[in-house]
Ligand binder design. Structure first.
Ligand code: FMN
Length: 203
């Protein structure tokens, strides 16, 4: 019995992974329709811990993951999302922010790979969530100045990268607006040839 059962089957027919791509990758997507379900503490711990195993430049592990699962923390984090994300993200189980340490711990120099490494950590977290039958949704639409201020993040040391929601998927019909319902499907991708150069960028 899955931890978070659902009978909803998203339509992946717009997606065309090359033969051999594990469906785990092409069937990850970012829904907005969530059903409010509490995620057990050990499940959330495993999801966050998966991020710890991401690769990083000099193994600096520059990521910091902030999460809100209690009602009080959730309300605060929710207030830090922009007005387009608030209506759907309210039904997520957990809200969070990905933060990156700006400088290398080993020599104090700026770490130009910190955001890249933090993105790797987020993808690990996302894929571990999928293993539990949960979904994540990244959010760039967040109130950066207020996040630094209200969550007491020292801006000279840490950079807020993005927000995210973790939740249990629900049917598109539960979304509050037609615009959101119309966009609730696994999106397409550019053709492989657009993102792959063999040899030179241009001949
Ligand atoms: C860093 C980042 C920021 C994003 N910001 C938002 C956002 O503010 N609101 C939103 O609804 N979706 C947001 N998304 C979700 C993307 O739109 C989504 O990942 C993209 O369209 C690809 O779709 P898929 O994740 O369903 O495959 C964001 C995703 C990422 C990775």
């Amino acid at each position: 019995m899955p931890l978070f059962p659902t009978d909803y089957q998203p339509d992946f027919s717009r997606r065309d992974p090359a033969p051999g791509v594990d469906e785990f990758f092409a069937q990850r997507w970012s829904p907005r329709a969530f059903r409010k379900v509490a995620i057990p503490a050990e499940t959330l711990t495993a999801i966050i811990d998966a991020a710890r195993w991401a690769p990083s430049c000099f193994n600096e592990q520059p990521w910091l993951i902030m999460t809100a699962a209690t009602a009080e923390d959730f309300a605060l984090y929710h207030s830090l999302l922009n007005e387009k994300n608030q209506p759907w993200a309210v039904n997520a189980s957990v809200l969070g922010f990905m933060v990156a340490r700006r400088h290398f711990a080993h020599n104090g120099k700026p770490n130009r790979w910190a955001a890249f490494d933090t993105g790797s950590a987020w993808m690990s977290l996302t894929l571990q969530a999928r293993k539990f039958g949960l979904y994540t949704h990244g959010m760039g639409g967040i109130d950066f100045p207020e996040i630094y201020r209200q969550l007491a993040i020292p801006e000279e040391t840490y950079e807020v990268i993005c927000g995210f929601a973790i939740g249990v998927i629900d049917r598109p019909e539960v979304l509050p607006t037609e615009d959101l319902r119309d966009r609730e499907f696994p999106s397409e991708r550019h053709p492989l040839a657009e993102m792959w150069r063999i040899g030179y960028f241009r001949k």
